[in-house]
Structures are given as C-alpha cells and as structure tokens.
Design a protein around this ligand. Structure first.
Ligand code: GAR
Length: 210
C-alpha cells in the first residue's frame, strides 16, 4: 500500500475525497499525514475525524521561502511517502522542494491547463466568455501550474454562472478525478518522464492537447 502525505491550506474537500477513497479501498494506500500551512484549515478537522496524524507548519514562522520549504521537505520526508498530494495547498514551492519530490508529487488546479494558471480561475474563465471550464490533475514541476497533465474534467459554463456556482460544479469533478489519479499512481500505472506523464506505458499528451 502506498504512503500518501497530503498538503492543504483550506477546506480540504479534496483531502476528504482521497481519504474516503482509501477507506473504500478504491485507492490502495493510506494517508499517513496531513500537513497544513494554516492552523485554522478545516481540512485538519477532517483528518482528525478520520484518525489521521496532522501537522501545522506555518510559513509565518520562517523568514524566507527557502527556510520554510527546507523545513517542509524534512517534515514530508519524515513520513517516508510514496506520493505527496497537494490539495488546495496555496503556496508556491521552491525549485529545491519540487526537485526532491519529482515524479511523486501531484497537484490539482481548477482550470483546463494550460489555460488560467495562477489564481481566480473561475472568474477569469467567465470573464473570457469561455463556454467550457474544468480542472486538471498534474505532476508538479518547477514551472508553476505547468507540469505534465494526468487527467482533466470539463464543466460547462452556464449563462447565469457566478464564480461560486461554477466553482461548485468544478469541485464535484475534482472529487472524482483526484482520487482516480491517486489510485492510478498507487497502482504504479502512472509515472512522470522528463516532461510528460505516462499511463499504462502510454505517454499522455502535453498540456493543451487533452
Ligand atoms: C480546489 O478547488 C483546488 O483545485 C484549488 O483549491 C481548491 C481547494 O479545495 N487549488 C488551487 O487553486 C491551487 N492553485 P479543497 O480545500 O476543498 O480541496
């Protein structure tokens, strides 16, 4: 069974979906620790309710991003994970942290990458009058929101959508595709090569070609 460490900053609904999928054995693995940079993240309560160890490592206690990430890397390492899952962890990672977990760190980003990297993705998709929006699971590389895409789900943008209503519909898809990607990784069917993802020995298309 794979050892999974999940990093969060907020509500943790994706964490919940992944814990549930471990519980139901969809994922052949276990969440061994949940780490948050915010002490009041609701996801910490979710983890405690599931009997999972939690850690808070506040970036406010560090004077530089490098110092914080060095400590974070050590903390993650102490759980000897096979996979590190970023689930609404709202921090930019230093290259050395990314290097350390290369090929074993996944992120979920609420857009159809390579569109709308960064923040406020739902509002930006509405403002651009897109009719389709969505969510991407990708391997983490040094390029912010730029790593190889593993899975995407599309969501229609409706005429009366607000950022909130759209985000809610995107969330429903997140809770399906993130556990699935973690399942595949745990089954060793998903790997990262130099700059692309591989599923069942087939290279996946680069960002933008999904
Ligand atoms: C999710 O929508 C995720 O896609 C997004 O944060 C939310 C976390 O929700 N991630 C990013 O924006 C990363 N830049 P959750 O805490 O309920 O899982």
């Amino acid at each position: 069974a794979s050892r999974i460490v999940v990093l969060i900053s907020g509500s943790g609904s994706n964490l919940q979906a992944i814990m549930d999928a471990c519980q139901s054995k969809q994922i052949g693995g276990e969440v061994v620790s949940v780490i948050s940079n915010k002490a009041d993240a609701y996801g910490l309560t979710r983890a405690e309710n599931a009997g999972i160890e939690t850690c808070v490592l506040s970036h406010k206690d560090f004077s530089s991003r490098e110092d914080y990430d060095a400590q974070l890397a050590q903390l993650i390492d102490s759980f000897d994970p096979d996979l590190v899952v970023l689930a609404g962890f709202m921090r930019i990672l230093t290259p050395s942290l990314v290097q350390k977990f290369k090929g074993k760190m996944l992120n979920i980003h609420p857009s159809l990458l390579p569109k709308y990297q960064g923040l406020n993705t739902h509002q930006r998709a509405i403002d651009a009058k897109d009719d389709v929006h969505g969510v991407s699971v990708h391997f983490v590389t040094e390029e912010l929101d730029g790593g190889p895409v593993v899975l995407q789900a599309k969501v229609p943008i409706l005429a009366d959508d607000t950022a909130d209503s759209l985000a809610q519909r995107v969330h429903e898809q997140e809770h399906i595709i993130y556990p699935l990607a973690v399942q595949w990784f745990s089954e060793q069917r998903l790997t990262m090569e130099a700059d692309y993802a591989v599923f069942d020995n087939q290279p996946l298309p680069p960002q933008g070609a999904h």
